[in-house]
Design a protein around this ligand. Sequence first.
Ligand code: CP
Ligand code: NVA
Length: 307
Amino acid sequence: MINLKGRSILTLKDLTKSEIRFLLDESLEFKKNRNKIIKTQPLLGKTLGMIFQKRSTRTRVSTETAMVELGGHALFLGKDDIQLGVNESLYDTAKVLGRMVSGILARVFNHEDVVALAKYSGIPVINALSDQYHPLQALADLLTIEEHLGRLEGIKIAWIGDGNNVCHSLMVAAVKMGINMSIATPEGYEPDPDVISYCRGLQSQSGQISLTYDPFQSVKGANVVVTDTFISMGQEEQAKEKLEKFKAFQVNSSLTSYAKSDFIFMHCLPRHKEEVTDEVIYGPNSVVFDEAENRLHTVAAVLKNLL
Ligand code: CP
Ligand code: NVA
């Protein structure tokens, strides 16, 4: 019996393969029996503090909706709402929230901030996007892949674009669940060497990770083609230089013609035209809105089991 009560999810490294499997099954259960679960109000009386230092549509809306449906309450603590970073340290904020709420969900710039929040608050902390990881996105991505392809083990994901936070979480999810992932980035935008070595340390018993600078090589024979924005939040000043370097990495129909004919296209959203054409993102192989919807079902499973 898997029990995740009181645990934090700062990265999917925090979860075993069986725990990820359990959360995916719980997500599917929420998706299928949402009205029945809402009636049981499993989080009655629980409050979640949601710290957002950056914008969000999917993460905020899915978390707030899930908390309400599960009988709890979500407090939105945006960067202009609380004292954090202006009048108060992260340490003091963590200590105070730890005395009041049942859990914290935090979207931050530095990954070390979610680590510190978990350390000092003493309550479950869920990473809602840091510069290093986006674990909730990867859970929703796994659910979407399994729903559309019927399996996870043995499939090939082609990641095209920036090797940062969303890519890192998908890499960890992939190796743990037996998925092979070919990552094509421009030179200088490869995934973090620590994340690569963590994944390579696991891959003898699970999925394989490979790196290339050639998007066509990555997409060849892929079941899933994924990209993310080329300019992450906080990188606006690098936009000109990055867009130039990422020019050859746009996902368009000439690139996807190298994938399997029944490939699916995924993107965590929000999307910009430079990383994917309308033809692909609004085309028959795209599952981006199922992927977005699955953010609700997966975060509901996470909250129900951790808080
Ligand atoms: N995919 C994702 O995390 O979207 P938001 O930034 O809108 O939350
Ligand atoms: N890589 C993007 C993901 C947004 C959900 C960012 O960090 O802004």
